[in-house]
Design a protein around this ligand. Structure first.
Ligand code: F3S
Length: 282
């Protein structure tokens, strides 16, 4: 029996970079805070807490700080957060993913040039809240075709459309098309990050070949759920687990290939544990 791990399983480049930085900083004797959990994974957050890293849940918690270093996670933040950190004399360790930073720069520049900003994404997602903050004029967030159809701007407006990095490409195209049909003067920056797409593509390819698929990730992680659904559509025997402890695997002798993939917030350690377990026990 063969066990194959999808290459793009687990942390993407931006999240890995931020998480590595937090682990590097705990080695110093500074008081370390992250603005929001550095990754949506309870295990990682708990292990960091044990090392003294505290999560600031909101702006009020940041404003109450008197000293220490604040790490900005890969999702990025609006400019006000940098201003608070600076005003309070705290150290800012900015781990905004460069791909997200690029969106901030586009939004800032285009809004300064007089364009109206439209962000395709989930209005409640912290990344979108961050992007929104970089527009110097009020930005509109659009998530559904209905919202796109209802969008109104004056005829002479110039519009700049960007996307949340993890938005589905097909849905993005459909929404952009609605805007194009309205006849506005628009520029479109496709700012979707291909880390998500790559992970999904590889998972799907693996699932078509595998007899059993194991998808690892948090129950609240929407990208893990999406991976699970994709795999399940190709491989009936797909398991969704958070950690090795959840795995109740029964493998009949006929199983030849077990595929493993993991959501964007699943640490390598957990992936390795699952992989080793399957290799050794079956
Ligand atoms: Fe960055 Fe893409 Fe990850 S934007 S945080 S590398 S999903």
């Amino acid at each position: 029996m063969e066990v194959v791990l999808a290459k793009a399983a687990g942390f993407c480049f931006g999240v890995k970079r931020a998480v590595d930085k937090v682990y590097e900083q705990v080695e110093t004797d500074k008081k370390i805070y992250t603005y929001g959990p550095v990754v949506h994974n309870e295990e990682v957050v708990k292990s960091l807490e044990e090392k003294g890293v505290q999560v600031l849940q909101n702006r009020e918690a940041l404003e109450a700080l008197e000293e220490g270093s604040v790490i900005i996670r890969a999702h990025g933040v609006p400019p006000e957060i940098y201003q608070i950190i600076e005003k309070k004399g705290l150290e800012c360790i900015d781990m905004t993913c460069p791909f997200v930073k690029r969106i901030h720069n586009i939004v800032q520049k285009e809004s300064e040039d007089g364009k109206q900003i439209v962000i395709i994404g989930d209005p409640k997602h912290p990344e979108v809240e961050g992007i929104r903050g970089w527009s110097v004029t009020p930005a509109t967030v659009i998530e559904t075709p209905e919202e796109a159809r209802n969008f109104k701007a004056s005829e002479d407006s110039k519009i700049c459309i960007v996307s949340q990095t993890t938005f589905n490409y097909k849905k993005f195209q459909d929404l952009v098309e609605i805007f194009q049909k309205k006849g506005y003067d628009i520029i479109v920056a496709n700012t979707i990050c291909n880390a998500t797409e790559e992970r999904q593509k590889e998972a799907l390819e693996l699932a078509t070949k595998a007899d059993v698929m194991i998808v690892i990730g948090g129950t609240h992680s929407s990208n893990t759920r999406k991976l699970y659904e994709l795999c399940k559509s190709e491989c009936e025997n797909t398991y969704y687990i958070q950690t090795l402890a959840d795995l109740q695997l029964e493998l009949p002798n006929s199983v030849e290939l077990v595929g493993i993939t993991a959501g964007a917030s699943t640490p390598n350690k957990i992936i390795e544990e699952v992989q080793n377990y399957v290799r050794i026990n079956f």
